[in-house]
Design a protein. Sequence first.
Length: 259
Amino acid sequence: MDLGIRGKRALVSAGSRGLGRGVAEALAAAGVEIVLNARGHEALRATAQSIRDHHGVAVTAVAADITTPDGRAEVLAAAGDIDILVTNAGGPPPGLWSDWSRDDFIAALDANMLTPIALMQATLPGMIARRWGRVVNITSQSVKSPIAALGLSNAARTGLTGFVAGTARQVAPHGVTINNLLPGIHDTDRATYLDANAARAANTTPEEVRRSREATIPARRYGTAAEFGAACAFLCSVHAGFIVGQNILLDGGAVNATI
């Protein structure tokens, strides 16, 4: 399918690996110019060059912490006028409700709620003026079905979901859509980290934790970054203009809900 977005320009945050890289690869395959952001210089540089080599599109790499005002300003200055925004950030650490201080909650909000909101506030006016734009926020299945050990993530990402619910309806008349993608467990560094953490707590191995988690997923496997990226690219396409303010699960059926 031709996604109809060749020549568009996209900003993808946390795009050097994992789901962010999957998204960047899928958009680049559709002919989209990429502004790629991540904190790690080496991984970012390698990913940017790989995308250029494989897809023949322009890639601007900006190594900065986008969750800080200075880092965000640097990324936005390099991005210029963008047509597509994909927000993404690693989730905060797991723990118990009694573990977290106010500072922990502020850090989670900064990364997983306030930064995506700030990026939308910076880029939506240009999209509205050009009468076309796509925003996809990568959140988590936890906004549909909370994960007990991820209370910081549950709270921050649900706050972002509430902001999007109203904002998406306000910008839709201008040809701009905002939607959220809710990943379940995907075969990424984040899953490896969570599996290792769970293994230590249960005095078992990460491999056993993974087998147990896969058994709870109807698809009986972890997702891949490539299939996640393809779904995101479709939401960014010309064919998705009637999808507004939705929270779309990509979890292999793990969330057991009728609606």
